[in-house]
Design a protein around this ligand. Sequence first.
Ligand SMILES: Nc1ncnc2c1ncn2[C@@H]1O[C@H](COP(=O)(O)OP(=O)(O)OP(=O)(O)O)[C@@H](O)[C@H]1O
Length: 231
Amino acid sequence: MLRLENVHAYYGLSHILHGVSLEVGDREIVSLLGRNGAGKTTTLLAIMGFLEPGPGTITYRDRRIGGLAPYRISRMGVGFVPQERGIFGNLTVEENLTVAARRGSNGAWTLKRIYELFPRLRERAAFRGSKLSGGEQQMLSIARALLLNPDLIILDEPSEGLAPLIVQEILDILLNVRAEGVAVLIVEQNLRAALRIADRHYVLSKGKVCFSGTSEQLNADETILKQHLGV
Ligand SMILES: Nc1ncnc2c1ncn2[C@@H]1O[C@H](COP(=O)(O)OP(=O)(O)OP(=O)(O)O)[C@@H](O)[C@H]1O
């Protein structure tokens, strides 16, 4: 569904990604791991069209998306949940959701279904975005991405700064989302969270993939765990 082949990315003159290749299949949950500064966020920004395209190819459903504007990539069915969450603090939860829904197609994800998946958001429907807890903001950000009816949802460290119980809740939501047919690419610092939900993992180091494999293979690779994941 999503394929990166030998992708390079730059911030000005700084060469950050040095030939990243990875794949996400239909209905798969794939994690992207690595230490701070390894290039995880940069990889997501390159996929979503926020960076000038460098050498390498990025394809989504066999169409090249490198160089397309972010809104076009999201309209093709790629939802993005950025690290800073991107919700409107001065709008209510329901307004945040209806603004997102209006931009989407008449697809499967409706406000009603979103409230079934996120009962907390229904309870908080009249609250302003800025009054939500970190976990609720993260849920709202995921809900907004789903209302665009994506086939693939990409998340940048959704567990960052959240209490373990809320992290569990968010991981359960992502498992439900996958059960509905949506593939997931998730950047994580939290190895346990990644091992819990992802089918396969990629580990980045200095802008290169230094490991790719299943949870079982990752758990068995002590060098990768020690050197690149600090376990
Ligand atoms: N806007 C920018 N301009 C220049 N360099 C940047 C910029 N953003 C990130 N970098 C550099 O790019 C490298 C990769 O950063 P990136 O944010 O992709 O890492 P990461 O793996 O997501 O780590 P983190 O968990 O810290 O977000 C780092 O060396 C970082 O300092």
